[in-house]
Design a protein around this ligand. Structure first.
Ligand code: ATP
Ligand code: MG
Length: 434
């Protein structure tokens, strides 16, 4: 009753795709262990899709009619990852594989999770519960592929289409709305008409999806090869259901030229807004602080003028650190932030390299005179002392040659005098501390 077709050979005529349905050795071994014990077993979902597309699958998931306890009986090392949903992880050498029992999802009364899952002996039932046709194919150990919903055809047409009735599928689980957009960005596929219309209709269901899950999908879009497809968020009318800050998003193809790093790409995406918008949005979506703060910092860094001399460059390096400065250069080269010429950026990069290879002092902690040295000199601890250190650093950023004890003592004394920080002192020359 299943449509088994010859994997590699028959499919070779699908245009544009290099077909490589070779199942990796370890996956084959797992599938064969199950089938030799009398069960059905297939690689399923994303791995089959990716293998057809010639993309390296992230992981190979396996589906079987064996029940979790039966799976556990067949493999030496297993972990009960999601036993209630039928998933057992099998550990082989250095890798792990999720094996899930064929299942049917019960009703979805919360618009996100099935109320219950029921195991089924039918592969077709298991494939029917999956979101999109391209994600609903299964592949046996010998490379034969089960494709009940036209997944291969949709791969050929480069389109995302729901399995079954799209209205029902988006009503069951609103996360699928974002998954559709995300796969479209990752694979550069279109969304098939009926799926797209239904997705728009069900946008309000996104209130049922946790912010973490929404952000995870947005991150995948942003880090994909086609971040410009984030324009679909607006086209589909789903921004009001996620966060209004997204109205300021710049869905540019230029983002794809940047390294796939979240803070860097969010900075680009929000570069037309400002750092606070990016930070607010990302924090609301429960992003990690590193990404939220990093994006905000980068945006503020690319808004200012590009420094034109060594002092300005040292100051930039001192405030942001070399990694961030290099990221700002990347962002600006890709056209984000204020307008600058390639020549200005070349010069900035040259000066940055020169400063770093000279080992110029760029931080208070690398000054030849420390805060405790200042206290020994009789300067009172507190904010005043901090500002003296700041003055010393600024002078050293202007002229790295001043980073010696003698020069800095002189600078510190002058600064302390100016601030009246040295108690009982009349002149700056009677050094009480040494
Ligand atoms: P990725 O490369 O991002 O891992 P994937 O297709 O493997 O893509 P997963 O989230 O790992 O996606 O899910 C594995 C499979 O489970 C999918 O291919 C799909 O068949 C099914 N699936 C996952 N999430 C859903 C969902 N929300 N609704 C229906 N089916 C889903
Ligand atoms: Mg996966």
């Amino acid at each position: 009753m299943y449509v088994h077709e010859q994997g590699a050979k028959r499919i070779a005529d699908v245009r544009f795709y290099e077909v490589d349905m070779q199942v990796p050795q370890q996956v084959k071994q797992i599938l064969e262990t199950l089938t030799q014990a009398g069960f059905q077993a297939y690689a399923v979902g994303g791995c089959v899709r990716d293998a057809f597309l010639g993309r390296e699958p992230e992981d190979w998931d396996i589906t079987t009619d064996a029940l979790p306890e039966q799976v556990k009986g067949l493999f030496r090392r297993t972990v009960d990852t999601g036993i209630r949903h039928g998933t057992v992880t099998v550990l082989l050498k250095d890798k792990s594989y999720e094996i899930t029992t064929y299942r049917v999802d019960g009703a979805y009364s919360d618009g996100r999770h099935p109320d219950s899952v029921v195991f089924t002996p039918e592969l077709s039932e298991d494939l029917r519960r999956r979101d999109f046709t391209i994600n609903a194919m299964a592949c046996a150990a010998d490379g034969r592929v089960v494709d009940l919903f036209g997944g291969r055809e949709d791969l050929g047409k480069r389109r995302i289409r729901c399995v079954g009735d799209p209205d029902e599928r988006f009503t069951e689980d609103a996360l699928r709305i974002l998954r559709a957009l995300r796969f479209s960005a990752q694979l550069d596929f279109d969304i098939e008409g009926a799926t797209w219309e239904a997705l728009k209709r069900h946008a309000p269901n996104l209130v049922n999806v946790s912010r973490e899950r929404i952000l995870a999908e947005l991150n995948k879009m942003l880090l994909s090869g086609h971040p410009e497809k984030m324009s679909m968020l607006e086209e589909a009318g789903i921004i009001p259901w996620i966060g209004k800050e997204l109205e300021d998003l710049l869905p540019s193809a230029r983002i794809a030229a940047l390294p796939a790093k979240k803070d860097l790409r969010w900075a680009a995406a929000f570069s037309e807004a400002d750092g606070e918008t990016a930070r607010t949005f990302l924090k609301n979506m429960k992003s990690d602080n590193e990404t939220a703060d990093g994006a905000a910092l980068l945006i503020s860094g690319i808004r200012g003028a590009v420094p034109e001399d060594l002092y300005g460059t040292r100051r930039l390096l001192s405030v942001y650190g070399q990694d961030r400065v290099r990221e700002m250069i990347l962002l600006r080269r890709a056209g984000f932030g204020g307008p600058v010429s390639a020549e200005q950026l070349d010069l900035l990069e040259e000066r940055t390299d020169r400063i770093l290879s000279a080992g110029d002092c760029l931080a208070v902690r690398n000054l030849a005179l420390s805060g405790s040295d200042l206290i020994r000199m009789g300067i009172r601890p507190g904010p005043g002392l901090g500002s003296i250190l700041g003055t010393m650093l600024d002078r050293v950023l202007r002229d790295p040659g001043l980073n010696t004890r003698e020069c800095l003592e002189r600078i510190a004394e002058e600064a302390a005098e100016g601030r009246g920080n040295v108690p009982g002192r009349k002149s700056g020359n009677d050094d009480a501390s040494e």
